[in-house]
Ligand binder design. Structure first.
Ligand SMILES: [Cu+2]
Length: 94
């Protein structure tokens, strides 16, 4: 009985952790240009989580991200998700 309680408790903890675990790295910047359909140039503010200084660079964007309402010069908040040895934008909001 005791071990069942402990196991139940562990499962609840793991489930809660997974629900809140968020690998995405939050950042902000200004849209400089659009390259191909799934690539965007952003002048981003410093990203402390990655130890990146402010700079202009190209990012790949996940296919599901809607870029229709985005324009050059827009101030955006975006999230980067690690993929292999790179990062991809998984969310953009204005
Ligand atoms: Cu950068």
């Amino acid at each position: 009985m005791k071990s069942l309680l402990i196991r139940t408790f562990l499962i609840i903890c793991l489930t809660t952790y997974q629900a809140f675990a968020d690998d995405a790295i939050k950042a902000s910047g200004i849209i400089v240009d659009f390259k191909q359909k799934s690539q965007i140039t952003i002048h981003h503010q410093p990203i402390p989580a990655l130890e990146w200084d402010e700079m202009t660079m190209d990012f790949k964007v996940e296919n599901h991200v809607n870029m229709q309402d985005l324009h050059k010069g827009d101030k955006i908040l975006f999230e980067l998700t690690p993929i292999e040895d790179d990062f991809i934008i998984s969310k953009i909001t204005k």
